[in-house]
Design a protein around this ligand. Structure first.
Ligand SMILES: NC(=[NH2+])NCCC[C@H](N)C(=O)O
Length: 428
């Protein structure tokens, strides 16, 4: 028997702690009271989006940056009003870049791009060397445009810079950093730095990796997953109950990623069952959390157009500790209830009729963030879904998302829980 016990009082914000204090981060469910969450307030990286690059940068429209920031501030305020500590990724990154090794590592990484020749590489290195940690963090997030680099007779750009399209970037921006759910995931007291599938997002994990390795807040944290491992994105990982995970495999997470995660969590003693859930390889269902999120310990909000057809393979550790045992497929809702030791899972539908459901699923009506059991944040525009939740006894904290939603992500995608109250000690 191996029980994980957690400190009963959770430390407050980073600013109030002695510099090198160790903070206990811990998450064992989707719904237990949320204590601390990692968000990214969108900034100048969104202003990089144009009709020419928005598809490859994974946005469906060109967001109005100021309004997106207002919406995001209201999201953060709603969480704080419920007692949640909000930690910003850009702040953590700036504090991380005060550490010389972290600064050198991340700088070296952007300079390594084979698109740059030696001359341009030198110009970029000079440019970055003068920036203070906060300004350097801004460049790592918002990228660097061709015309932002100071080039002149005494500082020639060289062949690559000269032949480059003026609209091109010498360091690509990361507009999807907003969706902090995907670039790292906490399971128990360990962090998984994920392995993002889309080229436009890959560099995000160099930032989360550096933060978790170098920031004093995270000293001593054990890693459960690394970005060089098989593709796995946080939006596909649901902590159904302590010891039970669901992992979507589709456009982003691969079966190999799900298998790797299973091996890692079994080896760390963090779960006994992984449900592997195939989802359609489409933009509308890029992650499992676009069709299924939890709103209570025994209730899920689900997209009705897939609820009855979604299936799951149940993976448990094999007897010899190496080979995994795979059973199924079985209907997802049945397999989940069995693994969670419940008679059944309550299901609340996204939308009312199939057309409304399809519209509201697209607008991330399904993508709620639980702040506590039966209390979640949802986009206000998904009127029918929110009404369904209220009818089922789930309180919805509505937030505006007309601009935030243009990147196709809702409150769950935009948040990475660092601390939730433990649902119960895990008995493995
Ligand atoms: N967990 C999520 N559903 N995240 C949504 C991410 C949206 C982002 N534009 C992407 O395509 O990657």
């Amino acid at each position: 028997m191996n029980a994980i016990f957690i400190h009963s009082s959770f430390p407050g914000s980073y600013g109030r702690l002695p510099y090198a204090a160790k903070v206990t981060h811990y998450v064992d469910s989707e719904v237990a009271r949320l204590r601390t969450v990692l968000l990214h307030r969108p900034g100048p990286e969104l202003a990089r989006l144009t009709p020419r690059n928005n598809d490859s940068l994974l946005f469906d429209a060109i967001p109005w940056v100021g309004r997106a920031q207002e919406e995001h501030d209201a999201f953060a305020a709603a969480l704080r009003a419920r007692g949640v500590e909000v930690v910003y990724l850009a702040t953590l990154l700036a504090e991380t870049l005060a550490v010389a090794d972290a600064r050198a590592e991340l700088t070296e990484l952007v300079l390594r791009s084979p698109r740059l020749g030696d001359t341009l590489r030198r110009r970029i290195a000079d440019h970055l060397a003068y920036l203070d940690p906060a300004a350097l963090a801004d460049v790592f997030i918002a990228g660097l445009a061709h015309e932002e680099l100071r080039i002149g007779p005494d500082r020639p750009g060289g062949l690559v810079w000269t032949l480059m399209d003026r609209h091109d970037f010498v360091i690509d921006p990361l507009p999807n950093l907003l969706f902090t759910r995907d670039s790292s995931v906490w399971i128990g007291d360990r962090v998984g730095v994920t392995s993002l599938a889309m080229p436009a997002r890959r560099r995000e994990t160099s930032l989360t990796d550096a933060i978790y390795r170098y920031h004093p807040r995270f000293v001593g944290t054990d890693f459960l997953y690394h970005s060089e491992m098989e593709h796995l994105e946080g939006g596909d990982v649901l902590l159904l109950a302590p010891g039970v995970l669901a992992v979507g495999v589709g456009e982003r997470t691969t079966p190999a990623g799900a298998e790797r995660l299973a091996r890692q969590v079994f080896a760390a003693g963090l779960a006994h069952t992984i449900l592997v859930v195939p989802i359609a390889q489409e933009r509308a269902t890029m992650h499992l959390d676009t069709v299924c999120t939890m709103v209570d310990v025994d209730a899920v909000l689900m997209y009705p157009n897939v609820a009855s057809t979604l299936s799951a393979y149940t993976v448990i550790a094999g007897a010899d500790g190496d080979e995994l045992r795979v059973d199924g497929p079985a209907p997802f809702l049945r397999a989940a209830a069995d693994a969670m030791d419940l008679d059944r899972l309550r299901v609340i539908d996204t939308g009312l009729d199939p057309v409304t459901a399809e519209r509201e699923q697209w607008d991330d009506g399904n993508n709620t963030l639980a702040v506590a059991p039966r209390l979640c944040v949802g986009y206000e525009r998904n009127v029918e879904t929110n009404a369904q939740l209220e009818r089922a006894g789930i309180e919805v904290i509505p937030i505006a998302g007309s601009e935030l939603g243009s990147g196709r992500g809702g409150p769950r995608c935009m948040s990475c829980p660092l601390v939730r109250e433990p649902l119960r000690p895990v008995q493995l």
